[in-house]
Design a protein around this ligand. Structure first.
Ligand code: NAD
Ligand code: MG
Length: 402
């Protein structure tokens, strides 16, 4: 794939990964923006449209009127599409070469699947869609000839450390791989006394020491559910058993992950912690382009440290690893309960320490289907969300700890 005038749809362009993607395109203007999408932020989406002049913009219904008011006063010929059908249209349009899937959570599932089913280069930031559908997403990509390129920095690092083949999904090429190591910063509460975790606020949880990200993934990083989801993501993406995936705490976030080979070699990818690095790699693979990120200066860094995670401090990581072992619908149920619990925490409805309690209760009450269809996954996703909300309303956790 040469970068000359490739057309890209950026799903979730107003978010953190979306903004980083536009920043990489600023460095490489031969990429052409075909579509930009957002949920409700009509004003920012409109400003982005003024700068990048895409053919389409997509917003949720509630924000459409505000965007159209701005549109009629302008000379833009961007067309506004609405909601899920709009997202699917810009993810599957025949004129699109590359889709950046950077919507947060299960809201990104249908559009990510549409890109995978329509032969696109799929830049996968929306890890939740792979966690939910796993093999189905990969199968859709295989059948349509789509390329899935991981944008999550850890998986992008592993991808960079694996033997490069024509296929972007390394099913047959990881010969000689003994295991992969996902690194984790440990988030803002790595050394917080355990008894203080009950009273931490959403703003404290979103103060990530190394990465600036959206609020949901920031909370996931603080609970380490992010690493739990990434553990599942790694098993699916690279066809690994859970026993072949390790997690190491690495607070400096310079080594983004590693691959251990049979002969004792360990390949690691390093860079300053900035999403523009994996995004640039995904856009240009197998070539390399400017990302705009400052060069890494190892002499200016604190010493690089590595340690094993404490699963009693981070029960969400354990829950993610367990779901990876079960596969089937277990990861989708885990993800749904986590999305509801994190939203409730961000709204002040539950405490930080209650997030894993809700998820564990939901996981124990919804049996795992081993070989699900998309319809079964969506059904169980709905059941898990409903049950999570009921448990939150019933103040289940306070009852459980009383
Ligand atoms: P964010 O909250 O900053 O942005 C989310 C984007 O999704 C926004 O553009 C928002 O408008 C859109 N969106 C939200 N709900 C929507 C809905 N219901 N319908 C349509 N659009 C909707 O999130 P982010 O930090 O950019 O993360 C995006 C995805 O990338 C997540 O899956 C996250 O796990 C993954 N990711 C993020 C980072 C990071 O550094 N931020 C790193 C690795 C992976
Ligand atoms: Mg990551």
């Amino acid at each position: 794939m040469t970068s000359r005038n490739l057309q890209i749809s950026i799903l979730g362009s107003t978010g953190s990964v979306g903004a980083s993607t536009l920043a990489v395109i600023d460095e490489n203007p031969s990429y052409k923006v075909f579509a930009l999408t957002a949920h409700r932020n009509a004003k920012l989406l409109f400003e982005q449209c003024e700068k990048y002049r895409p053919k389409f913009a997509v917003l949720s219904e509630a924000a459409a009127a505000e965007f159209n008011t701005l549109l009629v006063k302008s000379n833009l010929d961007t067309k506004l599409l609405i909601g899920e059908p709009g997202l699917i249209e810009v993810a599957s349009n025949p004129n699109v070469d590359i889709v950046m899937a950077a919507i947060v959570g299960a809201a990104g599932l249908e559009s990510t699947l549409a890109a995978a089913s329509n032969g696109k280069r799929l830049l996968l930031a929306n890890k939740e869609s792979l966690v939910m559908t796993g093999d189905l997403l990969k199968q859709a990509a295989r059948e349509s000839g789509a390329e899935i390129l991981p944008i999550d920095s850890e998986h992008n690092a592993i991808f960079q450390c694996l033997p490069q083949t024509k296929s972007s999904v390394h099913t047959e090429s990881n010969i000689g791989v003994v295991k992969v190591v996902l690194t984790a910063s440990g988030g803002p509460f790595l050394n917080t006394p355990m008894e203080q975790l009950e009273s931490v606020t959403p703003d404290q949880a979103c103060q990530h020491p190394k990465w600036s990200m959206g609020r949901k993934i920031s909370v996931d990083s603080a609970t380490m559910m992010n690493k739990g989801l990434e553990f599942i993501e790694a098993c699916y993406l690279f066809d690994l058993q859970p026993s072949q995936v390790d997690v190491l705490i690495h607070p400096q976030s310079i080594v983004h992950s590693m691959v251990h080979y049979k002969d004792g070699s360990v390949l690691a990818q390093m860079a300053n912690p900035d999403m523009r690095v994996p995004i640039a790699y995904g856009l240009a693979w197998p070539q390399r382009i400017e990302s705009g990120v400052a060069p890494l200066d190892l002499t200016a860094e604190e010493p690089l440290q590595f340690s094993k995670p404490d699963l009693s401090r981070f029960p969400c990581l354990r829950l993610g690893m367990e779901a990876a072992g079960e596969r089937g619908t277990a990861p989708a149920v885990l993800n749904a309960a986590n999305e509801v619990a994190v939203e409730a925490f961000l709204k002040g409805e539950i405490g930080f320490a209650e997030i894993p309690l809700i998820i564990e209760a939901v996981r124990s009450q919804i049996p795992c289907e081993p070989a699900p269809t998309l319809a079964i996954i969506q059904d169980l996703d709905g059941q898990a969300r409903k049950l999570s909300k009921e448990l939150i309303l019933k103040d289940f956790c306070r009852g459980a700890s009383a």
